[in-house]
Design a protein around this ligand. Structure first.
Ligand SMILES: Nc1ncnc2c1ncn2[C@@H]1O[C@H](COP(=O)(O)OP(=O)(O)OP(=O)(O)O)[C@@H](O)[C@H]1O
Ligand SMILES: [Mg+2]
Length: 373
């Protein structure tokens, strides 16, 4: 079928391949490299693993496949197959370079190397592995606690009333924590897969503040935190009210729980304000608490990331990941400014209705239509 296939046509075909294709002769000189190989493996002779494996393949006649990390942190999936040419290597593929001329005529096996960039897949694999490890860890702690206290109750069915009440409270507390963790994971997963049931509508942004403040008021009182509603200017946005209330709630709860500096608990103040700024509605959640270091600031929006997990601050590190996803689904952005020892300010910017309707709709909107159809 390939009778008469010209070297030019063959090269053009090989250059179209996404996979890198490289031919090494018996002296490990490169005799052919397609366009992808020129990009992925520009200097194959500088890759000790490639040289070692190809030498083994040529010697054994057995193919090898496996992963090869590159110095620039990418990972390649390699396959090296033995390649013997009937007429020797002298006239093989293209005009020989001086080095190739020297190698010309060499008998024996060369090899064919094919390579694919699997960096993205490897990263995904690592993220998935870390995620499962983090979930297992998060589930284990409250479960162990529930199990421990349940066993104590079983062994000592009639403990003093105060002990019994305290143990049951620990069990209920940890069960609640597990329920919340599982709920947050389910929400996060639906946000990531685009199946979260958003219901977008035009909203007066300021109206979102009161319900969120009402939920965290008892917590603030319990922790001795001064919770304030600052100025809330008018401004219409398009969004899902319960989801956006959850955003404000998570930020307020964080400010109350994590803003605490152990020395000055009574001084901690948390304020929620909002208004139109630079063409968007901007909510600001400010606290005068412990602050977050510049090293940690970019990481706090990652799933399960906590700065200093401490007893009594028993979150799972999912709250800000949820905030980020919900805000992004509203075509908005969330940012943090913080100074250690001085406090933090979380800013949520959401497109105004006028702007959203003139340009693109919030990214969640088409999904809602799809889900409804
Ligand atoms: N206002 C804040 N002041 C100081 N640290 C904060 C503040 N907000 C967040 N953090 C830090 O960022 C981390 C991540 O916050 P996030 O809301 O994602 O998780 P969490 O509050 O620990 O748990 P969850 O919200 O799932 O119950 C917190 O553990 C805390 O270390
Ligand atoms: Mg939180």
């Amino acid at each position: 079928m390939t009778k008469g296939l010209s070297p030019a046509l063959l090269t053009a075909v090989l250059d179209r391949l996404e996979e890198a294709v490289l031919v090494l002769d018996p002296r490990q000189q490169v005799r052919f490299a397609n366009a992808a190989a020129a990009q992925l493996l520009p200097q194959p002779r500088r890759l000790p693993l490639l040289l070692r494996r190809s030498a083994e393949v040529m010697a054994s006649g057995q193919p090898w496949s496996g992963r090869m990390p590159l110095p620039d942190e990418r990972t390649l999936q390699l396959r090296i197959s033995p390649l013997a040419l009937r007429g020797g290597w002298a006239g093989a593929l293209g005009a020989p370079s001086p080095a190739e001329r020297q190698a010309a005529g060499a008998a024996g096996r060369g090899c064919l190397v094919s390579a694919r960039d699997i960096t993205a897949a490897v990263r995904l694999e690592t993220t998935r592995r870390d995620f499962i490890a983090a979930i297992s860890h998060e589930l284990r702690t409250p479960l162990a606690s529930i199990q421990g206290y349940a066993e104590m109750l079983a062994q000592k069915p009639e403990p003093p009333a105060a002990d019994r009440a305290a143990w049951l409270a620990v069990i209920a507390d940890n069960a609640g924590r597990l329920a919340r963790l599982i709920g947050d994971l389910a929400t996060l997963s639906s946000l990531e897969t685009g199946t979260y049931p958003f219901h977008f509508a035009a909203l007066e942004a300021a109206a979102l503040a009161a319900p969120a403040l009402a939920v965290v008021t008892p917590l603030a009182r319990e922790r001795g935190v001064t919770l304030r509603q600052g100025a809330l200017g008018p401004g219409q946005i398009r969004g899902d009210a319960p989801a956006l209330e959850r955003v404000l709630l998570n930020l307020l709860e964080n400010a109350i729980l994590h803003g605490h500096s152990p020395v000055e608990t009574h001084r901690l103040r948390v304020e929620l304000s909002g208004g139109v700024r630079q063409g968007a509605y901007e909510f600001l959640v400010r606290d005068t608490g412990a602050g977050i270091s510049t090293r940690d600031q970019p990481r706090i929006f990652e799933r399960f990331y906590r700065v200093q997990p401490a007893p009594g601050r028993s979150g799972s590190g999912l709250g800000l990941a949820l905030v980020k996803h919900i805000v992004h689904e509203h075509s908005g952005e969330v940012t943090v400014e913080s100074t250690l020892g001085a406090g933090s300010a979380f800013r949520v910017r959401l497109p105004l209705v006028e702007r959203a309707s003139r340009s693109a709709q919030p990214s969640g909107a088409p999904r809602q239509e799809k889900a409804a159809s």
